[in-house]
Design a protein around this ligand. Sequence first.
Ligand SMILES: [Zn+2]
Length: 275
Amino acid sequence: MKIFDVHMHSGDKNEWTAEAFGFLMSLGHRYEQKLYDAAGNQNDDELYHILVREGVEHAVLLPEYAPKIAGIHPVERVIEIAAKYPRFIPFGFINPLLHHPTREFERQFNLGIRGMKIHPVHCEHYVNDRNLYPVYDRCLQLKMPVMMHAGTSIFTGSKMRYADPYSYDDVAADFPDLTIILAHGGRGFWYQEAEFMVKRHKNVYIDVCGLPPKNLLKLFPGLPRLPEKFLFGTDFPGVPGIKANAEAICTLDLSQEAKELICYGNAKRIMLGDA
Ligand SMILES: [Zn+2]
């Protein structure tokens, strides 16, 4: 089974807040020793070798600009890693309270980003914030997918109101041709609304990262009829094992074709085109 992980985080230990790093390592402790050197810096070669060892063909690598709640991992680092290891697809990240959205978008675009991450819950804004609309326009024009953290975060200071499902539906309705990825599929309290959105909006997808794979059919009862709308992601390094999670999806009561679409085919189509 080929694996495409659409949700991997990158970052030195001290770029995360202590709480965020502690949480990531509580799940991904087996990666910790080799992934960071004695000073806590991320070993990029090891990051790549993890992909190779776990059978991951391609992975989206995410920067972070949420200083209060999770930390700052600059887009430049994600670009640098992807330039060295093309299996990684570098995404950008706009925080409208920290950045001038359009200027920062063009800066990140010129660096080479191939998608955009928005994190309303860590950055205290709504995804339908009108300051982000010009960014969505550019992403649409450039055929860049926009990943939105969709659901709760347990980090101190996170506010649930910014994960209001209707704010995501607004963007999907206002930008029907924009590819939108609901990361975590409404985790915590709106799985049903997320499933409804992928049914209703032709370009909205759910990234299952951070959800126990064995529970997916309970969380999204419509998944067997919509396998083309779900993407495999792990929230690495906050995951016990990338391959183990993909294997857990393979044990679900789904067709072989559905498993292949979720673990690889859908992401390949969205991120790399059909070629
Ligand atoms: Zn994440």
